[in-house]
Write a protein that binds this ligand. Sequence first.
Ligand code: COA
Length: 339
Amino acid sequence: MTAQHPRPYGVEILGSGTALPERRLTNADLETMMETSDEWIVQRTGIRERRVADWASNEKTSTLALGALQAALKDAGMDASELDLILVATMTPDMPTPSVSCIIAAELGCTGIAAFDLNAACSGFVFSISTASAMIQSGMYRTIGLVGADCLTKHIEYSTAGRSSAILFGDAAAAVVLRRNDNDTSTGMIAHALHSDGNGSKILLIPADRNDHPDPESCDDRELNRVYMNGQGVFKFAVKKFPEVIEEALELAGLHADEVDHYICHQANARILEAARKRFGLDESKLRINIDRFGNTVGASCPLVFDELRKEGAIKPGQRVMFIAFGAGLTWGASLWQL
Ligand code: COA
């Protein structure tokens, strides 16, 4: 369930990149679509605007994922031909099959290499970067392109009926390129804690069938294929598990909270992040909140923060960063890295 790691090889994060849809959906725009207000949204969530993919213009999970990975490869100064695995964290693939990773591998000319998607909802990137690191640390792969990409807005009802989730989510993709470090085995993931509890699956889901819905009798066909969320239930779960999993990863690594330089957190709600920041006595510079500009971008959320900090020069070699997320499933996890 949780573990510290034997590390025959180190892992470096060589590059990062982001791809965002063009269209901004502001709180003022939402006010024209449903009964809500900028004040209500900002107070409850900290969100001011989010991006929405335009599928008609070919903006979708795979095209954003491709853009993000290309940007990360460019940042790393690497060619796609150097990748030996492409891994995409997503719960909103363009279609059930083929996977987003196979689609973008073909676009990059990477035929023949391993490519697969991993679905752990909003925890997808944390589960994936832990998986990718373990695969490199064990010697299975040398260079991995890892993308967090989601377009959840296609499952949102933009009306008063769907307003509690309509205000939250945005679309995005962000990527990192990971490579085996033969010289320094201390680099890479130093502890991880990944968890799930399917008993909580009904508080946040996208029902495919009436029987999936927590209340099948009342379920209207218009609710199928749309996000169903018990907001308060998710809030309670997150407020509890978020600090718990941070503590668990710190304990596994034998570190204090102030010995981690950046907490790269899933951006679900600014209030949850502020509470964690206060609980661990962290300076604002150690826990970036960018939810005001992007909303909750599901699997893209953590790498979006990472890329932003990296581009600002705030992330430096030798630092420690912890990726933390929680989401549907229910899932929650943390992956602690030595850069
Ligand atoms: N604008 C205005 N009013 C809204 C609204 C909106 N966008 N969404 C809901 N409301 C209303 C509700 O209908 C309800 O009205 P009522 O009292 O007349 O029934 C009232 O506001 C309170 O609703 P509630 O759901 O209790 O609000 P809340 O304070 O819990 O805030 C969330 C709602 C969604 C912001 C909050 O629960 C939350 O952030 N939860 C976590 C969600 C999350 O992180 N999901 C992703 C996990 S990865």
